[in-house]
Design a protein around this ligand. Structure first.
Ligand code: ADP
Ligand code: MG
Length: 294
């Protein structure tokens, strides 16, 4: 599904939450929407969902949203930032949402199981009695098994455990390539794994848009950490600018695009002396980061 926002403006009393935002999400695009707290990300997503009205235009596949809401509801899936605390039992919530799209309970339960959640065991519990992470997994399972053409994911893994987060990534990656994904997130791992484009909002305005690779080049730094055995390895690492931490891990920060070469060198030069090695993204501190990022 293609999504076009034209001059989107939303006011809450004195707060102008969106100030003329124009965005085009081509069919099958995977976009991260990032920006500090209060920059308007959730508002934008909720306008797309039809949960809030706003000035400006929202087009889905070229058709104005306001004309087709009922039909659109089936084609769009949403995982909210904070899952609602519904009093109804989990089973009723799942059946009500799944019923809208003709999803089978077993399909939803299979995805939930992949996220380490036993839907059948929880079916009689009040939805609001579950933990934030459990509620988020249920909503994620409903969205991922929905067959929707547009997925709106508002910080979907914020309260998931690391293992479920990894599984969630795998599930999003295995969606058909025609599915359009808009993901509110400032997690670098999600940006690297799940999206190809980044849009930055600040104070309700579009501040930057471009490729995820360009965004990460500017905002991420690679850290390579290695544990070795033997003095020759220590000497080799020291000579390459690694520093040793209290727990014995050597670490070095470097530009992301130099990480692969360094890992290759470690493999060739410290053959047999490496006990463990790790490479990850960290946020690069920038002079202008205060105003730009969370
Ligand atoms: P983000 O998701 O980027 O953190 P939000 O879209 O939640 O930002 O909020 C954008 C701005 O709009 C904030 O100033 C927030 O306080 C305000 N806002 C959001 N929802 C409401 C609401 N229902 N009523 C009043 N103000 C709101
Ligand atoms: Mg938000």
């Amino acid at each position: 599904m293609r999504v076009e926002l034209k001059g989107l403006q939303k006011r809450f009393g004195k707060v102008l939450a969106l100030r003329g935002v124009t965005i085009d999400l081509p069919e099958g695009s995977r976009t991260a929407l990032i920006g500090p707290n209060g920059s308007g990300k959730s508002t934008l997503v909720r306008v797309l969902m039809g949960m809030l009205c706003a000035d400006g235009m929202v087009l889905f596949d070229g058709v104005e949203a306001s004309e087709e809401r009922r039909e659109l509801a089936r084609r769009i899936a949403y995982v909210p930032q904070i899952a609602p605390r519904l009093a109804a039992p989990v089973g009723d919530v799942v059946r009500a949402v799944a019923g809208l799209r003709g999803q089978a309970w077993t399909e939803v339960a299979a995805i939930a199981a992949a996220l380490s959640l036993d839907l059948d065991a929880l079916a009689r519990r009040p939805f609001r009695a579950l933990s934030g992470g459990q509620r988020q997994k249920i909503l994620a399972a409903l969205a991922l098994s929905s067959g929707a053409e547009l997925l709106l994911l508002d910080e979907p893994t914020a309260s998931m455990d690391p293992r479920s987060r990894g599984e969630f990534f795998r599930l999003v990656e295995s969606l058909p390539s025609s599915v359009t994904v808009l993901l509110c997130s400032h997690r670098l791992d999600e940006i690297r794994r799940l999206v190809d484009r980044v849009i930055v909002l600040a104070e309700g305005e579009l501040r930057w848009q471009g490729s995820a690779a360009a965004y990460l080049d500017d905002h991420a730094e690679a850290v390579v950490e290695v544990q070795v055995v033997g003095e020759p390895a220590d000497t080799w690492l020291l000579a390459r600018g690694f520093t040793r931490g209290a727990t014995g891990w050597w670490s070095k920060a470097l530009p992301v695009n130099e990480r692969a070469r360094l890992l290759g060198e470690i493999g060739r030069n410290l053959n047999g002396q490496v006990r463990d090695v790790m490479a990850r993204d960290v946020e690069r501190l920038q002079p202008d980061s205060q105003g730009e990022r969370e």
